[in-house]
Design a protein around this ligand. Structure first.
Ligand code: MLT
Length: 246
C-alpha cells in the first residue's frame, strides 16, 4: 500500500488528494464529534468552512430537521444549537437530523480534501473501522492530520501512527515517506504511556483549562465506535448507508 501522511492540512493541494483515499484525522474534536453524531443516528454531517457557508446551507433546510454545531476558540458559536463536545450530540438531539458542523481546523481539513477519490473521517474512537476499510478497499492512502492552527497536533499525529501501525502489522516497511516514519515512530515511542502523552498534548491541555476535561477522556478512547464517516455529495454519511453506484 502506498501511504503518505500530512502532519497538518494547510499545505495540501488538489494534486495531493486526487485519485487517493484520504483519511482526515481531527481527534480534538471535530472527527470525534462527527463519528459520535453519526453513531447516534444523525442522518448526515455537513462540514463547512465558515459561518457564511453554514448559514447558507441552514437556510435551505427544514429548521426542525437540522442542527448547527461547531466552535470558535473552542466555544459554541453564538446562535448555534451545539458546540464541539462530542457528548452534546446525543441521540435525542441528532437522530434523523442533518448536522452542519463548523470548526476551526477539522471541518476545514475535510473541505480542503474533498477532491479525493474517497474521503473518510478518523479519530481514535473509530480507528478499527477505518483500518478495516483501508485494508480492504484502498491502494493509495493519504492521511491528513488536521493539526492546530497550521501546526502539528500531537494527538492527530499519534492517531496517524496508530493507523499506520495497524496497516503495517506493527512493522515499518523498508521504503516510507519521512512524515509516515515520523508518525509511526512517535506512536511507538509514546505507546508505552499513551494516556500521559495525549494529556500533555498542547490542545488537550488547552481544552482542559477551558473546562473540557470530559471531552479528553471521551476522545482518547480507542475503537469504541464502529462507524466510518464517508464523504459524498458535500456530506459525511455512515459508509454502510452510502448508496451503491454503478
Ligand atoms: C477544530 O476543528 O479545530 C477542533 O475540533 C477544535 C476543537 O477542539 O473544538
Amino acid at each position: 500500500m502506498d501511504v503518505e501522511v500530512f502532519l497538518t492540512y494547510s499545505s495540501i493541494s488538489d494534486d495531493d488528494v486526487q485519485d487517493r483515499t484520504v483519511v482526515v484525522i481531527d481527534v480534538l474534536r471535530a472527527c470525534s464529534t462527527i463519528a459520535t453524531a453519526l453513531h447516534r443516528g444523525a442522518r448526515a454531517v455537513m462540514p463547512v468552512l465558515d459561518m457564511e457557508q453554514a448559514g447558507k446551507i441552514a437556510s435551505n433546510l427544514d429548521p426542525d430537521m437540522c442542527r448547527l454545531g461547531g466552535e470558535r476558540n473552542g466555544e459554541k458559536i453564538d446562535g448555534y444549537h451545539l458546540g464541539n463536545s462530542p457528548e452534546e450530540y446525543t441521540r435525542e438531539v441528532v437522530e434523523d437530523r442533518d448536522i452542519i458542523l463548523n470548526t476551526t481546523n477539522g471541518t476545514r481539513a475535510l473541505e480542503q480534501a474533498k477532491g479525493a477519490e474517497v474521503l473518510v473521517a478518523a479519530c481514535f474512537l473509530n480507528a478499527g473501522k477505518v483500518v478495516d476499510f483501508l485494508g480492504r478497499e484502498a491502494d493509495a492512502v493519504t492521511i491528513v492530520c488536521a493539526g492546530q492552527q497550521n501546526r502539528l497536533a500531537l494527538e492527530d499525529t499519534l492517531c496517524a501512527g496508530l493507523l499506520l501501525d495497524r496497516l503495517w502489522d506493527g512493522t515499518e516497511p523498508n521504503s516510507v515517506t519521512d512524515s509516515a516514519h515520523t508518525a509511526f515512530t512517535l506512536y511507538h515511542t509514546d505507546s508505552e504511556n499513551m494516556s500521559r502523552a495525549l494529556r500533555q498534548a498542547n490542545h488537550a491541555q488547552w481544552l482542559a483549562e477551558q473546562g473540557y476535561e470530559d471531552d479528553l477522556a471521551y476522545c482518547f478512547q480507542v475503537d469504541t465506535l464502529p462507524v466510518l464517516p464517508y464523504y459524498t455529495e458535500n456530506r459525511l454519511l455512515l459508509y454502510d448507508d452510502v448508496p451503491a453506484t454503478g
